[in-house]
Design a binder for this molecule. Sequence first.
Ligand SMILES: C[S@@+](CC[C@H](N)C(=O)[O-])C[C@H]1O[C@@H](n2cnc3c(N)ncnc32)[C@H](O)[C@@H]1O
Length: 229
Amino acid sequence: MNWRDFWNGEHSIYVNDRHRALHDDRIARDVAGLVEGADSAVLDFGCGEASGAALVAARCGRLYLYDAAPLVREHLRLRFSRNEKIVVTDAGGIDEAPDRGLDIIVVNSVLQYLTRAEFEALLDRARVKLRAGGRIVIADVIPAGAKAADDIAALLKFAFQGGFFFAALGGLVTTFFSDYRKLRAQLGLTRYSEGDALALLAAHGFAGAREPRNIGHNQTRMMFTGRVP
Ligand SMILES: C[S@@+](CC[C@H](N)C(=O)[O-])C[C@H]1O[C@@H](n2cnc3c(N)ncnc32)[C@H](O)[C@@H]1O
């Protein structure tokens, strides 16, 4: 099993429906806050189930949803078939889309599952698909020195505020015995230092910046923007 297979199957990353709903809502509100114009074209790369995507779509002209997992794309197509602003796409659809047609590409909580070479290839594709002045927003990046305890503390705080604290405690036990933990030990999660991420953005033609806040609940993780000059 690799990360792609993991995300294409049943998993228990979210401890219950309330966790998933609060997570998706928080992400959607944060992503919607990044949209700069009502006619913007936005690509959410590695979007997951994105159950709050209608909120983002309401703030932009067109929202493209892409996830590597075919099962996730199938769910997205069913969920958003009636939303005229949302287009669920596969990798081929992104490649065939017009160059310089996108205003923002959001990559939230995905980088850890990509090798460094895959991230560099993504930056090159993004550079071609973004218009001048457009941005790639790379969020929830795990810092090089991060500890698992940082993620646990952030989850428990989010759970306490969201009213699913005891379910989250149970979820931590489940995670301990899960495929996620086994894969994490086997494949690892890709991490970046701030300097490393900024150097990669610059090397691939972006004016990069570390942002003061991350998307989502975990503020120990990092967010970067790369603007096309
Ligand atoms: C932790 S989830 C994040 C989902 C969503 N961005 C969010 O913030 O809720 C990671 C997602 O990245 C997707 N993913 C993993 N590798 C990918 C790749 N190489 N290309 C596109 N998506 C990928 C997975 O299928 C999964 O849905």
